[in-house]
Design a binder for this molecule. Structure first.
Ligand code: PMV
Length: 309
């Protein structure tokens, strides 16, 4: 048995986070330049399965491990494969920052599941892998909509509606996004909880915000499919304003959004859970360097330029 390696991308939510948990659509795209990778090699006979998550200093032996996202992923794979625990070692690496709204948890689980599945003779379709990773997402999120596992496992842009098969889409014309990291980690579970508490206190106000976000997503989807990318910028900024009203933005995210637009971005919004994490800005290719510099001056710890096509 030789080594097997598998990987999965990070992701960006273009429009619709949070409202998607309450039945509105959302648009997400993979972020292939940031990836989680799992490499599995044979271990000593009788040693069982060891998982090394080197980036976060975690090493666990499956037989001894308490239930967590990594051990749950491995157990679900072995159950799906009908396989016994192999004597093997898995090394995990990820370049996706944790708790930054870029799908790190889903990508790590997807890479681990793919590599271990191949090793024990079970390759998963994108849909099967997505269902498996969804179970793991519950550990991270509590009440995940399913959008993260879907876009990460299909590695395609998706129009996502909770409970329905994802619709893969393609942009009629490519567009450029900058992804700025605030440097403030923010667990999605917390901001999802913030929105839930607001919704329980003021259901009508929140439902109205969700509906307006859903309308923005449908308009944005038509714009992207029709090649009218310039319409996407204002929609992103409107979506950001509604997320502010839901209480999931932050002073840093708002400052980065303002800096991006002042420097020529067509629109900007937080992406993912919010509270910290990442901001995305739509730019013309010619403005990418200037907007990147403005985001860095406004405090972004890292800015990535990606093209959606
Ligand atoms: O994992 P994050 O931070 O990218 O957030 C996922 C998007 C949310 O809508 C906030 C939650 C969900 O389950 O859809």
């Amino acid at each position: 048995m030789t080594a097997i390696e598998a990987s999965a991308p990070g992701k960006i939510i273009l429009l619709g986070e949070h409202a998607v948990v309450y039945g509105q659509p959302a648009l997400a795209v993979p972020l292939g330049s940031l990836r989680a990778t799992a490499r599995i090699v044979p271990g000593q006979p009788g040693a069982g399965l060891t998982i090394d998550a080197l980036d976060i200093g975690v090493r666990l032996s499956l037989a001894m491990a308490a239930m967590n996202a990594l051990s749950l992923t491995a157990r679900l794979v072995l159950e799906a494969a009908g396989a016994a625990e192999p004597d093997a070692e898995i090394e995990l690496h990820s370049t996706i920052p944790i708790a930054s709204g870029l799908g790190s948890g889903a990508a790590v689980a997807a890479a681990l599941a793919r590599a271990l599945g191949e090793y024990v003779g079970r390759s998963f379709s994108a849909a099967e892998l997505s269902d498996l990773v969804y179970e793991v997402e519950k550990v991270h999120h509590g009440t995940p909509s399913g959008i993260d596992n879907t876009v990460v496992c299909y590695e395609q842009p998706v129009y996502f509606l909770r409970g329905q098969p994802p619709r893969v889409f393609h942009a009629a014309r490519p567009f450029h996004l900058l992804v700025a990291d605030t440097g403030t980690p923010s667990p999605t579970r917390e901001t999802v909880g913030t929105v839930r508490a607001a919704w329980q206190r003021e259901p009508e106000r929140c439902e109205a915000l969700f509906t307006r976000i859903g309308d923005i997503v449908r308009t944005g989807y038509r714009a992207i499919e029709g090649g009218a990318n310039e319409k996407l910028g204002p929609l992103m900024s409107q979506n950001h304003a509604l997320l502010q009203e839901l209480g999931v933005s932050s002073a840093r995210l708002d400052a980065l959004a303002a800096a991006a637009v002042t420097a020529g971005a067509l629109g900007a919004k937080l992406s993912g859970g919010g509270g910290g994490g990442s901001l995305i800005a739509l730019v013309r290719a010619a403005d990418a360097a200037g907007v990147t510099a403005a985001l860095e001056s406004a405090g972004a710890v890292r800015v990535i330029h990606t093209t959606v096509s």
